[in-house]
Design a protein around this ligand. Structure first.
Ligand code: ASP
Length: 467
């Protein structure tokens, strides 16, 4: 018999079905034993009479296969709160496919009150809970929606290397030693920024990628340690307006389809200049919800007209030599507002950048810009942020690419984890990721990072300094 999903039971009254799943709950009423069987589509009650052998042995999280008859429950027993609350399955046969030890953490609660260390160590159990199954399913639906939305509009999904060179987005890089060129290192990409621009030089016109980005910076509630995922996209021959319109339409339709219970509080989304945001809300990512306690309200907004530069701080060490006064507000490839180009020579702090930030309920969900596509302007920006000749040398490929008929281009990269975290109103961004690193940077389930074999180090020409 073909396996039936629990979610389909409501359409199968009077039919014999075969189910396979986990024992979620067990109630022993003497002769009759009730089991709630769980698969990824939900729960259903199974009724075992003494005629079916083995039910007494069942324990929580045993994996079982049951065949039986789908029956409507008596009216007085119907549980309206459960999707299958009107039905149950009268078991005919039972097979224990795989027994389970008592689980170290419960999987039948929302899990918020379990300590995170245990949840991360036993993530494969933690992910069994309904809330996590829902979050991961929604994440899948969101990324699939993005894929088809963009594909229908002529975008191509193109992968870019993970083993690459540092892309300065303002964070510390993760380095990977090269075996073939001992002493040299790859950097994991902080984003595919340079590659997507090179793809525009290559003439692809509309690119996207559900891209993994790596940044070695401290975690926060809305930022996981180590890696995160962005919907990275780039278009040629566009204005900033085109990018905002596309992203706004994408997210509006996405919310309608995947989160029909949520409502967007203002459409079209308000656009606020960086200056106004700071002056009026004291933040460049204002929370514009009318009712902050309403979990279904989504207040999207655009923040635009950022200054191209901020004063350089200690943290901007990675951008420039450290002696320059300016750091890019977004990144060094962001185009200055065309009206402000003369100010680059006279008063750089006054130059506006063609940058846009997508804000949702007080979180910066994404950022992007129109890019520089002219070599001399790009060089000027490198100088202003204090790049020395060596640092400029690291970007010769961009400067050279800009000499071969480059289309004007721009894009945006909304964070997938960040968006889900904000939409679902989760407590931490780790709640929307299957295997996030813990706050201390561990992937506990695999016990990473870990020591490596001295032979591996030797091959790479590396020695570990004893502290
Ligand atoms: N690469 C940028 C970032 O990761 C996004 C963009 O400018 O498209 O923030």
């Amino acid at each position: 018999m073909k396996r039936t999903s629990v979610g389909d039971i409501k359409n199968l009254e009077g039919k014999e079905v075969e189910l396979a799943g986990w024992v979620h709950a067990r109630r022993d009423h003497g002769k009759i034993i009730f089991i709630d069987l769980r698969d990824r589509t939900g729960l259903v009650q199974i009724v075992f009479t003494p005629a079916v052998a083995g039910a007494v042995d069942l324990r929580l999280e045993y994996l079982i296969r049951v065949s039986g008859l789908v029956k409507k429950r008596p009216d007085s027993m119907v549980n309206d709160k459960l999707p299958n609350g009107a039905y149950e399955v009268e078991a005919k046969t039972l097979e224990i496919m795989n027994a389970s030890e008592a689980t170290p953490i419960p999987v039948d609660s929302d899990g918020y009150d379990i300590n995170e260390e245990s949840r991360m160590k036993y993530r494969y159990l933690d992910l069994r809970r309904e809330r996590m199954q829902r979050n991961i399913r929604l994440r899948h639906e969101v990324s699939q929606f993005m894929r088809s939305y963009l594909t229908e509009r002529g975008f191509w999904e193109i992968e870019t290397p993970m083993l690459t060179k540092s892309t300065p987005e303002g964070a510390r890089d993760f380095l990977v030693p090269s075996r073939l060129q001992p002493g040299k290192f790859y950097a994991l990409p902080q984003s595919p920024q340079q590659y997507k621009q090179l793809l525009m030089v290559a003439g692809f016109e509309k690119y996207f990628q559900i891209a993994r980005c790596f940044r070695d910076e401290d975690p926060r509630a809305d930022r996981a340690y180590g890696e995160f995922t962005q919907l990275d996209l780039e278009m040629s021959f566009v204005t900033q307006e085109d990018i905002l319109a596309l992203a706004e339409d994408l997210f509006t339709k996405l919310v309608e389809k995947v989160f029909p219970d949520k409502h967007i509080s203002q459409s079209p989304w308000p656009r606020i200049s960086h200056k106004e945001a700071k002056a009026k809300y004291g933040s460049d990512k204002p929370d514009l919800r009318k009712e902050k306690n309403n979990p279904d309200e989504l207040a999207f907004a655009w923040v635009v007209d950022f200054p191209l530069f901020t004063e350089q701080s200690e943290e901007d060490f990675f951008h420039g030599s450290g002696s320059a006064k300016f750091a890019p507000s977004h990144h060094m490839f962001t185009a200055p507002h065309p009206d402000d180009i003369p100010l680059l020579d006279t008063d750089p702090t006054k130059v506006r950048g063609l940058q846009h930030d997508l804000v949702l309920n007080g979180y910066e969900v994404g950022g992007g810009s129109i890019r520089i596509h002219e070599r001399d302007i790009q060089e000027k920006i490198f100088n202003l942020i204090g790049f020395d000749e060596h640092q400029k040398g690291e970007f010769t490929h961009m400067l050279e690419a800009f000499t071969y008929g480059v289309p004007p281009h721009g894009g945006i990269a909304p964070g997938l984890d960040r968006f889900l975290f904000a939409v679902l109103g989760e407590k931490s961004i780790r709640e929307v990721m299957a295997f996030p690193a813990s706050a201390g940077g561990q992937i506990s389930v695999m016990d990473a990072p870990s020591d490596v074999d001295p032979k591996q180090l030797n091959e790479l020409g590396l020695d570990i300094k004893k502290k």
